[in-house]
Design a protein around this ligand. Structure first.
Ligand code: SF4
Ligand code: SF4
Ligand code: SF4
Length: 272
């Protein structure tokens, strides 16, 4: 049973959040929402342990499509970073603020950037592109994320300062336009840099939250130095350029790990 500890932990964490929010907010939606996400993620972790090749992609589609189509388009909730600022400024602990608190701010203390590997609807599409393993060296362009982060914050702050009416409608449109821009820039960058995850590495504003919190992540890939033969295969298959053979938290690109487990699958010695 020990090998199923991770899916079990994930299920317990999400069910706890589901029940606590259902009871405290007196809203059955939270029980459905977080149970669905928790079951999807735990199912993926379970399938991975059972060595099913497409385990991660199944979770990405189950969670990513649910969030983008059901929560975003059908329920009209802006789950992007603008939505987070919007709900935060209105003082409402709902939708995007809860989503960010769980998946992107406090959750990463437990599961690191699992969101990026298993649930993000932007990466869900980018991961279908041909450059699963980067074909060019990583560039020093991570500073761009702070500009996109500031732009989202300034956009929402300006709407509040200008006392613009019908904000809900504007936020819904911002969700659609924002997604189109994310997909377009993500696809262009992937082809330009021959790297599916270039958008995640350089542009994504959410990483401003994700990176510092995932530094302390409980769940992380570690290397058994006794077994490792330094063949370097793990580093060659990593989409995020992480040095997973270094066990320290300060390892190269350590806060970039999306827990995709490609390194673990490819290690010939089972050292990871
Ligand atoms: S870095 Fe951003 S775009 Fe990439 S997977 Fe994470 S949240 Fe999604
Ligand atoms: S693939 Fe395995 S054996 Fe090779 S360097 Fe990585 S951890 Fe060590
Ligand atoms: S290949 Fe390994 S180190 Fe790289 S992102 Fe995936 S799980 Fe993390």
């Amino acid at each position: 049973m020990r090998k199923y500890a991770v899916p079990l932990i994930m299920l317990i964490v999400f069910e706890t959040v589901a029940v606590v929010l259902w009871q405290t907010k007196d809203n059955l939606f939270y029980l459905f929402n977080f149970s669905y996400i928790g079951i999807s993620i735990s199912l993926g972790a379970f399938l991975f342990i059972r060595k099913y090749q497409y385990a991660r992609r199944i979770v990405q589609l189950l969670v990513g499509l649910y969030m983008m189509i059901y929560l975003g388009l059908i329920r009209g909730e802006n789950m992007q970073i603008e939505g987070f600022w919007y709900y935060l400024f209105t003082g409402v602990f709902e939708a995007a603020t809860i989503h960010y608190a769980v998946a992107k701010i406090f959750g990463p203390l437990i599961f690191g950037r699992g969101w990026c590997g298993y649930a993000c609807w932007t990466a869900m599409v980018l991961d279908f592109l041909p450059y699963k393993v980067p074909e060019q060296p990583r560039r020093q362009l991570g500073w761009i994320r702070y500009i996109t982060f500031a732009a989202a914050l300034i956009f929402v702050a300006a709407l509040f300062l200008a006392h613009v009416g019908n904000m809900e409608r504007i936020m819904f449109r911002a969700f659609i336009i924002g997604n189109i821009l994310y997909y377009a820039s993500g696809i262009i960058l992937a082809y330009a840099f021959k790297d599916n995850r270039a958008f995640c590495k350089y542009l994504c504003p959410v990483t401003v939250f994700l990176k510092p919190m995932s530094y302390y992540s409980l769940i992380r890939v570690k290397c058994d130095k006794e077994k490792c033969i330094s063949c370097g295969k793990c580093r060659r298959v990593c989409p995020m350029n992480v040095d997973m053979t270094d066990n320290s938290r300060k390892r190269e690109n350590g806060t970039e790990c999306i827990l995709c487990m490609e390194c673990v699958k490819n290690c010939p010695k089972g050292a990871l």
